[in-house]
Write a protein that binds this ligand. Structure first.
Ligand code: TRP
Length: 466
């Protein structure tokens, strides 16, 4: 614990790293999917409201706790909670986050490994050939690639190694540097794909679907779904933003940074919709909840478009980059626990934890080989109770994250002193005005109610989110 704690070099480093954590499969696939299921435009507006009313305050809450305590989630709640109601019990909330990070990373890295396989196949020119025959690609993905234990384990471990390498070099020299290289490239690829999608015949329909809200078609459950999606997409509820916040400089403004991260993340989701719907409407695709259609159906239609094989390759590079900056943040939550609470040095902590998580993830990688799992695999989706892999996903997204988020909101809104919250928000920002009370009141009432309603509907109505 005597080591010097890392810090971001400035506000940009924090914003890019945090946006890197937030932007992932949740934006590129899940958001277009739920938007499609919920009739487009009206849902996008509700989603934005959910980000503002629930996502923004909870992210601010995590960053406040992190920067004030300057410790991993476990130490942070211990430090700030000990003298308050609930006392040392609050450390349990930190453990919940570290455990969730451990579990999510172990299977997220398996899926992330798939993108490496596709990037490799595009470079070798194999993907474009396979994609010209829908059954061949499907057969390759489901029966050959997913069923191959060695391949699943191999790509998963390569992705874990990449993740560990970034975290190994520390906050500034590792995580921040990776984010500063990958995030601009990610923005450039997205921009290229958006411009490209304007040339497809489905672009007009996509814009109408997205930006002409029709509230008549909206169901009440869409509101809860929007909150759930905002939550997942912003990486909330497990201490990732708390940990990144713990490296934030005092001279940086929390309200401003959190606003920018929310805007970047939402923009990426909306731009992903523009790209996806243009393709969906061009080819009149039937879309399912399963993220596996990114690896089966999408390539077969993309390859038919002009420049298809290049666009295809770029698309998987995009997903791989988005995934890497997310796995890095998951790894950092676990590493920071070992560094801050167990007193290990960063390099040892990261390699040791990386090996344990990598080994644990092999269980998920292998569970994909079971044939009934294959046909029903539904990443971040409704049938996700099949197989070990999807049980982890189900447990994390439906339980650990919402419970974690609810408790963080309660901790900052009800347990911490109002003065402390306002001090932390004002530090590096200057005069707060109405922002301070707004965030605090949202954390006391709006956020717990919204997240509580999600949990209620999962428990009593059997609903599932993410
Ligand atoms: N936000 C990520 C995405 O949109 C997924 C995610 C959820 C996540 N919780 C996280 C990533 C915590 C890192 C840390 O895909």
């Amino acid at each position: 614990m005597q080591q010097e704690r890392g810090q971001w070099s400035g506000r940009l480093g924090f914003i890019l790293a945090a946006a890197g954590s937030a932007i992932g499969l949740g934006n590129l696939w899940k958001f277009p999917y739920v938007t499609h299921q919920n009739e487009g435009g009206a849902f996008v507006l509700i989603y934005i409201a959910a980000v503002v009313l629930v996502g923004f305050p909870i992210m601010a809450a995590e960053v406040i706790v992190g920067r004030r305590a300057r410790r991993s989630p476990v130490g942070a709640f211990l430090k700030l909670g000990t003298d308050r109601p609930g006392g040392r019990l609050w450390a349990g909330l930190g453990f919940l986050g570290v455990t969730a990070g451990f579990i999510i990373l172990s299977y997220y890295s398996v899926v992330a490994g798939w993108t490496l396989h596709y990037v490799l196949m595009s470079i070798q020119g194999e993907l474009a050939v396979l994609a010209r025959d829908a059954t061949a690609l499907q057969d390759h993905f489901l029966n050959e690639f997913l069923a191959s234990g060695p391949k699943q384990i191999g790509y998963h471990l390569v992705f874990m190694a990449a993740t560990v390498s970034a975290v190994f070099f520390g906050v500034k020299k590792g995580i921040e540097r990776v984010a500063k290289v990958l995030m601009p490239l990610l923005f450039a690829i997205i921009l290229f794909l958006v411009i490209y999608s304007t040339t497809t015949s489905g672009f007009g329909d996509a814009m109408r679907f997205l930006f002409r809200p029709n509230f008549g078609d909206l169901e009440a459950s869409s509101i809860l779904e929007a909150v759930g999606q905002a939550f997942f997409s912003l990486s909330l509820g497990m201490g990732a933003m708390l940990t990144y916040g713990s490296y934030m400089q005092r001279k940086s403004s929390i309200p401003r940074s959190v606003t920018e991260i929310c805007i970047l993340d939402s923009m990426m989701g909306i731009l992903a919709c523009v790209i996806m719907f243009s393709i969906i409407f061009t080819f009149d695709l039937e879309i399912t909840q399963s993220a596996t259609i990114l690896f089966t159906t999408l390539p077969t239609v993309l390859v038919q478009l002009p420049l298809g094989s290049i666009v295809l390759g770029l698309f998987f590079v995009l997903v791989a980059f988005a995934a890497l900056t997310s796995t890095v943040s998951l790894m950092e939550v676990v590493s920071s626990y070992a560094i801050d609470e167990l007193g290990w040095n960063r390099r040892f902590a990261t390699v040791a934890m990386g090996v344990v998580i990598g080994a644990f993830g092999i269980l998920s990688a292998l569970s994909l080989g079971a044939s009934e799992t294959l046909s029903r695999l539904n990443l971040f989706g409704k049938d996700s109770t099949v197989g070990l892999f999807s049980s982890f996903d189900y447990l994390a997204a439906n339980w650990l994250l919402p419970v974690g988020g609810l408790l963080v909101a309660i901790f900052v809104g009800w347990i911490m002193a109002a003065r402390d919250i306002e001090d932390e928000l004002a530090e590096g920002h200057g005069r707060l005005g109405w922002i301070g009370p707004l965030i605090r009141q949202s954390l006391r009432y709006v956020a717990p109610l919204a997240v509580g309603a999600i949990l209620f509907s999962i428990i009593f109505l059997g609903a599932e989110y993410q």
